[in-house]
Design a protein around this ligand. Structure first.
Ligand SMILES: Nc1ncnc2c1ncn2[C@@H]1O[C@H](COP(=O)(O)OP(=O)(O)OP(=O)(O)O)[C@@H](O)[C@H]1O
Length: 316
C-alpha cells in the first residue's frame, strides 16, 4: 500500500492503558485518548501530575502495552505491544526522559554512549546519515570535545542535550519528550525546549512534548492537547487555546501560569487534587472540581466535539 503523505505520522485512536493491582479494579491511566502528530509538527501535551501523560508517552513508544484502541505510526499499526520487546515498526520513535542524570551512564564517556545509540539504531558504527557522535553533539549546541568527557562534567541542561544527541542518533521521525525540561534549571528549560523544537522541525520529524509547564509549551507547540484524568479535554492550535481557553480545566491551568509582568502565580483556582483514576468520578471526570458544573455533569461523560473541547457547556 502506498503511504498517504497527508496522513498523520502518529495516530492514537481510542487508546486505553491500564495498570493492574492485586485485589483492586484496574487503573485506567489512559481512558480513551485520540491524538495525532504530523510530520514537522510540535504537539504539547499538558496536564497536572498523575493525569496519565507519561503513560500515554510510554504506550506511544511501545514501552507499555495498550489494553484497547490503536496506535498507528507511519501508516503501520503498532502491534499489540509486549513490554521489553519493542515493535520494530517503532524504530523511528525516540524518547527523551525527564531525568538526564538517570538516563546516562556516569562511567562511560559521552561519545561512547552516543555511539551506542547509533549502533542500536543502525546496527553499524555509523548513523543513518553518516553523522558521528561529534557531529550530533555539535547539532545540540555542545562542542565536539564533549565526546571525550563524562556525564558528570556537565550541567543538567547540557546532559539533557547529550540525551537528545543520543536520541538523534536514530534519526527519529518522531521525538517524544516526557517532561524533558522539568528537572532543569529555569534558564536551561526554555533553551532545551526550543532546541527540541528546532531539531524536530528542521528534520521534518514530529515532536510530542509533554510538560506541565504551560508557559514553555505555549512558546514551542503548534498544537496543545490538555489531559485530565486519562482523557483529552481540549485540543487546538496553541494560539487559539491560549487566547480563548474553553474547557474550565484549561482555564484553570492557564490562570495558574506566572504572568510576565511579575504578577506571579495566581492561586490555584481548583479545589482538591486529581482523583484516583482507579475510581474516576461518574459523568464528566472533572465535575467535582469544576467551577461551572451544572445539572447532569455528574451523569453524562462529554466527548471531544469538533471544536476541540469535551465539555457540556459547549454541547450542541
Ligand atoms: N506502574 C504503575 N502501576 C500502577 N499505577 C501506575 C503506574 N504508573 C502510573 N500509575 C498511575 O497511573 C496514573 C497516571 O500516571 P502517569 O505517570 O502516567 O501520570 P503523569 O501525568 O505523567 O504524572 P507525572 O507527571 O507525575 O508522571 C497515576 O494515577 C499513577 O499513580
Amino acid at each position: 500500500m502506498t503511504p498517504d503523505p497527508t496522513a498523520p505520522l502518529l495516530s492514537v485512536d481510542d487508546l486505553v492503558v491500564q495498570y493492574h493491582r492485586p485485589g483492586a479494579s484496574p487503573t485506567r491511566a489512559v481512558a480513551g485518548v485520540s491524538l495525532q502528530v504530523r510530520a514537522g509538527e510540535v504537539v504539547g501535551l499538558v496536564g497536572e501530575s498523575g493525569c496519565g501523560k507519561s503513560t500515554l508517552a510510554r504506550a506511544v513508544c511501545g514501552l507499555t502495552p495498550a489494553a484497547e484502541g490503536r496506535i498507528t505510526y507511519d501508516g503501520t499499526q503498532v502491534r499489540p505491544l509486549r513490554v521489553r520487546r519493542r515493535d520494530p515498526a517503532l524504530t523511528g520513535v525516540q524518547m527523551v526522559f525527564q531525568d538526564p542524570y538517570g538516563s546516562l551512564n556516569p562511567r562511560r564517556r559521552v561519545g561512547a554512549q552516543i555511539a551506542d545509540g547509533i549502533r542500536t539504531a543502525t546496527g553499524r558504527g555509523e548513523a543513518a546519515d553518516g553523522a558521528t557522535p561529534e557531529d550530533l553533539l555539535t547539532r545540540v549546541g555542545l562542542s565536539a570535545e564533549a565526546a571525550e568527557r563524562y556525564p558528570q562534567e556537565f550541567s543538567g541542561g547540557q546532559r539533557q542535550r547529550i540525551a537528545i544527541a543520543r536520541a538523534l542518533a536514530a534519526r527519529p521521525r518522531l521525538l517524544v519528550g516526557d517532561e524533558p525540561i522539568s528537572a532543569l534549571d529555569a534558564s536551561a528549560q526554555l533553551q532545551v525546549a526550543t532546541l527540541m523544537r528546532s531539531l524536530a522541525v528542521e528534520s521534518g520529524a514530529g515532536l510530542l512534548f509533554i510538560s506541565h509547564d504551560l508557559s514553555v509549551v505555549r512558546l514551542i507547540a503548534d498544537r496543545i492537547a490538555v489531559m485530565y484524568l486519562g482523557r483529552i479535554v481540549e485540543t487546538g492550535p496553541t494560539a487559539e487555546v491560549w487566547a480563548d481557553p474553553r474547557h474550565p480545566y484549561t482555564r484553570a491551568l492557564l490562570a495558574a501560569v506566572p504572568k510576565p509582568d511579575g504578577a506571579g502565580v495566581l492561586p490555584a483556582e481548583l479545589p482538591g487534587d486529581v482523583p484516583d483514576p482507579a475510581e474516576p468520578p461518574t459523568g464528566c471526570r472533572f465535575h467535582p472540581r469544576c467551577p461551572q458544573a451544572f445539572d447532569g455533569c455528574d451523569r453524562e461523560e462529554p466527548q471531544l466535539i469538533a471544536g476541540g473541547v469535551a465539555c457540556r457547556l459547549y454541547a450542541a
